[in-house]
Design a protein around this ligand. Structure first.
Ligand code: PEP
Ligand code: MN
Length: 622
């Protein structure tokens, strides 16, 4: 059962609830979910829903119908994000965990780690304690293998994941690795589950060879009940009557789990198929089906691998796969970000110290909120604001550390207001993130699509869903203010003839139903956001710079500036003109360059650039 507390609850009311629950001997857990404080009563409940609803400070009480509690969606409606090192599993980015089945020696591990990193893996895997079917097969290098894993992390920056096969290894695991894996054969080893439940490391819990989803989730519950919330579920194929593959990959587990649990899902097509050629097709399908992460076995010399060679990809095959994932991920609203490892270091630096905040425009669940989560994960708290200027002001005054503002949409072009504000304020672009804009039709759960009489949405959402609306004759389109949530508007009415256009995240937050997803006319709808701050912080390697400049009003002036870039071999990825405020018919140019404009190597270019421009300002390096 869960108790949803009133947002205006007093401390006295809350103390009273806590003392009643503790007097009754209830086992409880408190979380913040979708902006609400929720107390889950996990065991020993003594009262009825109605009795709890009568208590002061309790807004609602709901039953959790499943036997697993903490892992259930009913307990926590928002997707969980699990951090392994600096890498977030469960956000908008597809996380690829790659490496050999077993760590064989330092050279093998380091060679493979560098290859998989080059091709976009964010985490490295490799077994040091190997549970093998035969006692005569290679059993792993044990502690020596863990030390090699730690060296790999040291040298490559990749977080490392390895299997724990006995509670006796817990201390070593704490010392050397970033996450532990419970292997398929140990999914119901309850002593091991209780042990990792007390560990400080995230746990990748593989599905047992012949386990139901219900049994798997109960095993995850053991870990969470022990106090470790960082659980990732890994489907690695189940045993069926089919002998052509090593196991049968249960891809339908992904949508099933997404409904039942908030935990992130990783798919392991290597153990699922057992055959190299079958790995990439299943990996691609897994991402299309909504997996958060993949675990792929890769070996530089699979013919001589000590374990699972036939299912290991060659590094180049792995590279081809990540390129395909890059194309597939946006279809399901995710991204394969080849720069993620570098960014994740910067982001963890940005989040260091006292709690940090990032201002975004709109309400919870809006695209800008999603962009903030996509960039910062849950390390930085997003703060809603009503206008872009409010965001710039808040950043300048220091009431928030960061701002996140849209600068460009793939269909409608630049968001000029923000370019003007970037010009006006002395703030810096320190990062960028691109997300897919995917509109959903949302309504109360009981509503029938045919009954819709009105649809609420912001004006841009209407214009982006024109084809869909054309197919709903007789339905009235009612605009809401540009940055308010149409979904929130319908939340508090019991009107079952009005729907709203919004994000699936808003549907989650307001406990409403997505009636139809992806109703935008063009699925290639992306928005790029800039992360702004007062100072550059945590940024060690800069790949891109944004500048504004003006030139003299004479023939060839812009050409002269372009020539400087060309002579120094600099790739320009954006160039746009914008009127200078208060000077009709005079223009500033915005440019994005693929280079660190302040690097020593480019100081001659900067000198040239200063000569050829009248105004030159660096807006950001990221
Ligand atoms: C492994 O990941 O190498 C492994 C042994 O996996 P599973 O437990 O899924 O068989
Ligand atoms: Mn293996």
């Amino acid at each position: 059962m869960i108790l949803i507390l009133d947002n205006k609850i007093t401390q006295k009311q809350k103390d009273n609830i806590t003392s009643v629950l503790s007097h009754d001997g209830c086992i409880t857990r408190e979380i913040i979910d979708a902006g609400r404080t929720v107390i889950g009563i996990i065991a020993n409940n003594k009262k009825s829903l109605e009795e709890y609803r009568q208590m002061e400070g309790v807004k609602d009480a709901q039953a959790i119908k499943t036997s697993y509690k903490l892992v259930s969606r009913e307990f926590k409606s928002e997707d969980s994000m699990v951090k392994i090192g600096n890498v977030v599993v469960g956000g908008d980015r597809i996380v690829v965990i790659a490496g050999p089945c077993a760590i064989e020696n330092p050279t093998q591990a380091m060679t493979i780690a560098k290859e998989v990193k080059k091709y976009g893996a964010a985490l490295f895997r490799g077994g040091a304690f190997k549970p093998r079917s035969s006692p005569y097969s290679f059993q792993g290098l044990e502690e020596e293998g863990l030390k090699i894993l730690a060296d790999v992390r040291e040298e490559t920056g990749l977080g490392v994941v390895t299997e724990i096969t006995s509670p006796a290894q817990a201390e070593l695991m704490e010392k050397y690795v970033d996450a532990v894996q419970i292997g398929a054969r140990n999914m119901q080893n309850f002593e091991l589950l209780k042990c990792v439940g007390k560990m400080s490391k995230p746990v990748v819990l593989k599905r047992g060879l012949a386990s139901t989803i219900q049994e798997w989730l109960m095993s995850a519950e053991y870990i969470m009940a022990g106090g470790n919330n960082d659980v990732i579920l890994c489907e690695r194929g189940i045993r069926t009557f089919e002998p052509y593959t090593r196991n049968t990959l249960d891809l339908s587990a992904i949508p099933v789990l997404k409904q039942l649990t908030h935990l992130p899902i990783v798919i392991d097509p290597s153990h699922a198929t057992g055959i190299r050629e079958k790995v990439s097709p299943m990996a691609r399908a897994a991402v299309a089906a909504g997996a958060d992460a993949l675990m792929i076995e890769v070996h530089n010399d699979p013919d001589n691998a000590l374990s699972d060679g036939p299912q290991s990809l060659y590094p180049e095959q792995f590279g081809q796969l990540t390129r395909d994932l890059y194309v597939i991920a946006p279809v399901v609203g995710k991204q394969m970000d080849f720069d993620y490892l570098k960014k994740s270091e910067v982001i963890s630096e940005l989040a260091k110290g006292a709690a940090k905040t990032a201002a975004f425009i709109g309400e919870n669940g809006a695209y800008s909120h999603k962009a903030s989560l996509s960039y910062f994960g849950d390390d930085v708290t997003p703060v809603p604001m009503e206008s872009f200027r409010d965001i710039f002001n808040a950043c300048e005054k220091g009431s928030v550390e960061y701002g996140i503002v849209p600068v460009e949409n793939s269909l409608s072009g630049s968001i000029h207001e923000n370019f003007d504000l970037l010009q006006e304020y002395d703030l810096k672009i320190i990062g960028e993130v691109t997300i897919r804009i995917k509109h959903a039709l949302i309504a109360h759960g009981t509503m029938d699509k045919k009954a819709i009489k009105k649809i609420l949405a912001s004006p841009p959402a209407f214009s982006q869903c024109k084809n869909f609306l054309d197919q709903c004759p007789g339905v009235e389109a009612v605009p809401v203010k540009a940055y308010s949530s149409a979904v929130k508007h319908i939340k508090d009415t019991s009107d079952t003839t009005t729907a709203a256009i919004g994000t699936a995240m808003e549907a989650d937050i307001y406990n409403l139903k997505v009636i139809e997803d992806s109703i935008e006319d063009n699925p290639r709808n992306y928005t790029r956001f800039a992360i702004i701050a007062k100072e550059y912080k945590g940024i060690k390697k800069v790949g891109k710079s944004s500048i504004i400049f003006s030139t003299g009003n004479k023939p060839g002036a812009l050409y002269a500036v372009m020539k400087v870039f060309s002579q120094h071999g600099i790739n320009l990825v954006k160039l746009e003109s914008r009127p200078i405020l208060g000077k009709p018919w005079e223009y500033m140019f915005y440019a994005d360059l693929e280079a660190d404009i302040l690097s020593d190597a480019l100081s001659p270019m900067m000198a040239d650039l200063k000569k050829k421009t009248e105004i030159l300002r660096i807006l950001g390096r990221y």
